[in-house]
Design a protein around this ligand. Structure first.
Ligand code: 13P
Length: 285
């Protein structure tokens, strides 16, 4: 029996051995079970992450409860992480509910304010042994109507990243290098040189957000250049929705939630297994 582990325990190992840990967004029991069974089958560590929206939907007691049950029952290491915490009180609530990793996202602030905002959380989280991820640059969504030049301006500056990590003492850093949250219209253009430049100046694990829809070769290249955590939400959502739709199209009179959700859970598991294989964390549990 392994209890929840911290983000640091997983990410430092990944960084050292040049693979990435998959961090999958969770909103309900079926998604959590799909992630855990995929990770167990591949003997891979994994991160369950809940966004503020996910917590609002399920309730923090349910999400934290499910996460802890997953950590206790799984035979692979599991961390429970808050994704994109933008609110100080929300982060504190997650610490109280047993999350073992939190993201504090102060990317909307100028550098100095982001440092102050992040450091306040780092000091408190570290006092209770919880790892902290922060964001520098703005990752944004695929729906943002911004030009290539504007996107460039939101990317993480390597020298600022060095200063940010040094001054905040944060454990891992989400960097803006051309990916975005949601469904891409074309192929995302990742600035690999930027990942390399940041890696050379920053010594903590680096995190890639918006990784759904990013081609396999690009993910592998990003990992080889120093990405240690890869966030996936949209691809699992799409697999869930497809599974439910397909089942109901074929069985329009079915009313049993177990029969409706079961095939989607199985499909999500297979999709997650493919990601874990790409991330290189198979047999790293
Ligand atoms: P996608 O929805 O693009 O996979 O992004 C997930 C993410 O980065 C969560 O923080």
């Amino acid at each position: 029996m392994i209890m929840l582990v911290t983000g640091n325990e997983l990410l430092l190992q990944a960084q050292k051995n040049k693979y990435a840990i998959g961090a999958f967004n969770v909103n309900n029991m079926e998604i959590i079970q799909a992630i855990i069974s995929a990770a167990e089958e591949l003997n891979s560590p994994v991160i369950l992450q809940a966004s503020q929206g996910g917590i609002k939907y399920a309730g923090i007691d349910y999400i934290a409860g499910l996460g802890k049950i997953a950590g206790r029952n799984a035979n692979v290491p599991v961390a429970l992480h808050l994704d994109h915490g933008t609110d100080f009180d929300q982060v504190m609530l997650c610490l109280r509910h047993g999350f073992t990793s939190v993201m504090i996202d102060g990317s909307r602030f100028p550098l100095k304010e982001n440092i102050e905002f992040t450091k306040r959380v780092v000091d408190i989280a570290h006092a209770v042994g919880v790892s902290v991820e922060a964001e520098l640059g703005k990752i944004g969504g695929t729906e943002d109507h911004i030009t290539v030049d504007e996107r460039e301006a939101t990317m993480t500056d390597p020298e600022e990243a060095r200063i940010f990590v040094e001054e905040t003492g944060v454990d891992s850093l989400a960097i803006a290098v051309g990916t975005a949250h949601g469904v891409y219209r074309g192929e995302p253009k990742i600035d690999f040189d930027r990942i390399k430049a940041i890696r050379e100046l920053v010594d903590v694990p680096l995190v890639l957000h918006g990784s759904s829809g990013v081609p396999e070769e690009s993910l592998r290249r990003a990992i080889s250049l120093g990405i240690s955590k890869i966030n996936i939400d949209t691809d699992v959502r799409a697999t869930f929705a497809k599974g439910v739709k397909e089942f109901l199209l074929e069985n329009p009179d079915e009313i049993d939630p177990r029969k409706i959700l079961g095939p989607a859970r199985k499909a999500m598991k297979e999709a997650i297994k493919k990601k874990i294989e790409i991330f290189g964390s198979v047999d790293k549990a």
